[in-house]
Design a protein around this ligand. Structure first.
Ligand SMILES: Nc1nc2c(ncn2[C@@H]2O[C@H](COP(=O)(O)OP(=O)(O)O)[C@@H](O)[C@H]2O)c(=O)[nH]1
Ligand SMILES: [Mg+2]
Length: 220
């Protein structure tokens, strides 16, 4: 039963991927526990990228359109998906949300997944890159406690670096734990509050977007 749901999701994710490729979109699936700083990171990313890379956002939460509003105010076109009781986004929900999103001029599409370190790991949405956040306030052991989601990360972002000292964040242990489960994922250490690491992060996204074009010179 669960397998057939996941198989169906994989097929729909491939369809999404084809749609994204055809439009030359770089698509991120952003995953983390609730409150680790997804929306804040995205808001600062959108502000800083500005016209360099126009951003569209799909946000998943159980309820409210607060995050879509926050991101819309930062200058992105944003659509909220409310999942009710469902603890993750599925490819079909993203396909439906895409119909409401004006993608004119958009180069980067960010999908903020439902805050959860377990369920979203199994659901491909058709993204190019999974971005998994770990905030310094959560404890360095989370990658070891929730390996599937960190194993699936294309990029890891340590957030709230401005709070590192206040919560006795042990950087060496956190990075070593990330490396154990996500050996090849680049790690960005960021504070959306102070701006630490934001330039390197934004430059990375611009480079990834440019790489899409060279990977596929016809833009197909
Ligand atoms: N000090 C600090 N707080 C942050 C940072 N990023 C997010 N927060 C705070 O963490 C809380 C949750 O952030 P939010 O972006 O809504 O997390 P989300 O649930 O993962 O989308 C909010 O109170 C934010 O102001 C940061 O870089 N530094
Ligand atoms: Mg959020």
């Amino acid at each position: 039963m669960r397998r057939s749901i996941l198989d169906k999701n994989d097929r729909l994710a491939e369809r999404n991927r084809g749609f994204f490729r055809a439009r030359g979109l770089l698509v991120l699936n952003v995953l983390s526990s609730p409150g680790s700083g997804k929306t804040t990171l995205l808001r600062e990313t959108i502000r800083r990228l500005g016209s360099r890379l126009k951003t569209g956002v799909i946000v998943g939460d159980l309820a409210t359109d607060n995050d879509a509003r926050r991101l819309g105010e930062a200058g992105a076109t944003a659509v909220q998906i409310t999942t009710g009781t469902v603890c993750h986004l599925e490819a079909e929900m993203v396909a439906r949300a895409l119909k409401q999103l004006d993608l004119t001029g958009v180069g980067l599409l960010v999908i903020e997944n439902v805050g959860n370190l377990v369920c979203p790991a199994s659901y491909d949405l058709g993204e190019d890159l999974r971005v998994v956040l770990l905030s310094v306030t959560e404890g360095e052991d989370k990658p070891l406690k929730y390996p599937p989601i960190f194993q699936s990360a294309g990029v890891a972002v340590v957030t709230k670096m401005d709070l590192a000292q206040a919560c006795d964040y042990d950087r060496d242990t956190a990075i070593a734990n990330l490396r154990r489960v996500a050996a090849n994922a680049p790690v960005f250490e960021i504070s959306a509050k102070t701006g630490q690491g934001m330039d390197a992060w934004c430059d990375f996204l611009v480079r990834q977007h440019q790489a899409l074009k060279t990977r596929d010179p016809l833009g197909l």
